[in-house]
Design a binder for this molecule. Structure first.
Ligand code: G3P
Ligand code: CA
Length: 268
């Protein structure tokens, strides 16, 4: 019998706005969260890094060059790594102009600011811990920030938060620190690796290019750490045709820069 979807509806995968609705607003900014909300999208993915003085900020790259004006504001600070700048310095940067003049002045949000904006819209969070080797202890710190903001309250943590990473060690750490938090491993482990991961991850989240119907079925045949079957969220799918194909494999979620396009294609 085909198992019920634990995360999505019975017929459609969840649609998750990747770095916010990042095809339409600068990625990982509050504007991208707002854009996802305007589109009626309930789940938002983001990426977390850490500043020199220990603040968690939402940014995909481990350096500031691509999505901010750090090179202009702080010449001579090459290679503009997030970990070499204070939170106050990063707060001065323009994280929107690279995307378009309408977003000039958008900031790199702290994790707190990001979750506050999600709360305003009643949205949920798929949080990616980026580069954990660069940031020792980032798992505990991320959970602390979320806990301070009330996001780990037992009554609703399971329904509103998933923490994922490409690092199996990081995902395992999150699970061990807070077993009630749902976790996902990015990638497509197989064999004994998949068996190991099922001890601490509730989801396996592969690139859509590495997905097949058989792989989705294989993963979903495993039970995760909470006794429910493993889920599969695929990334990053931005066109309707691919979204329909991937949904046909039975994935539980689709992570997309164009959540309107994907939702129209697959429902959810
Ligand atoms: O959520 C999955 C996806 O975000 C992983 O890749 O590089 O976009 O963080 P990346
Ligand atoms: Ca990500």
């Amino acid at each position: 019998a085909s198992p019920a979807r634990a995360a999505g509806t019975s017929t459609s995968p969840l649609v998750i706005a990747h770095r916010g609705a990042s095809a339409y607003a600068p990625e990982n900014t509050l504007a991208a969260v707002d854009r996802a909300a305007e589109l009626g999208i309930r789940w938002v993915e983001n990426d977390v890094q850490r500043t020199r003085d220990g603040e968690l900020v939402v940014l995909h790259d481990d350096n500031l060059r691509r999505t901010t004006d750090a090179e202009e504001v702080f010449p001579g600070r090459a290679p503009w790594k997030v970990k070499d700048f204070t939170a106050a310095e990063i707060a001065r940067l323009d994280a929107g102009s690279w995307f378009g003049p309408a977003y000039a002045g958008a900031r790199v949000p702290t994790l707190e600011q990001f979750v506050h904006r999600l709360e305003r819209h009643h949205q949920k969070l798929l949080l990616e811990i980026k580069n954990p080797k660069l940031y020792p202890g980032i798992e505990r710190q991320t959970l602390k920030v979320l806990s301070n903001e009330g996001w780990l309250d037992r009554s609703h943590v399971a329904g509103r938060l998933i923490v994922q990473s490409f690092s199996a060690d990081s995902v395992r750490t999150v699970h061990e620190l807070k077993p009630g938090v749902k976790t996902g491993l990015l990638g497509a482990p197989r064999g004994s690796d998949l068996l190991d991961v099922a001890e601490f991850a509730d989801q396996i989240n592969p690139s859509h290019g590495s997905l097949s119907r058989a792989y989705v079925s294989l993963v979903q045949a495993f039970d995760g750490p909470h006794g429910r079957r493993l889920e599969v969220f695929a990334w990053t799918v931005d066109d309707a045709r691919t979204a329909r194909r991937i949904a046909g494999y039975g994935v539980d979620g689709i992570i997309t820069n164009r959540p309107d396009v994907v939702r129209k294609a697959v429902g959810g």
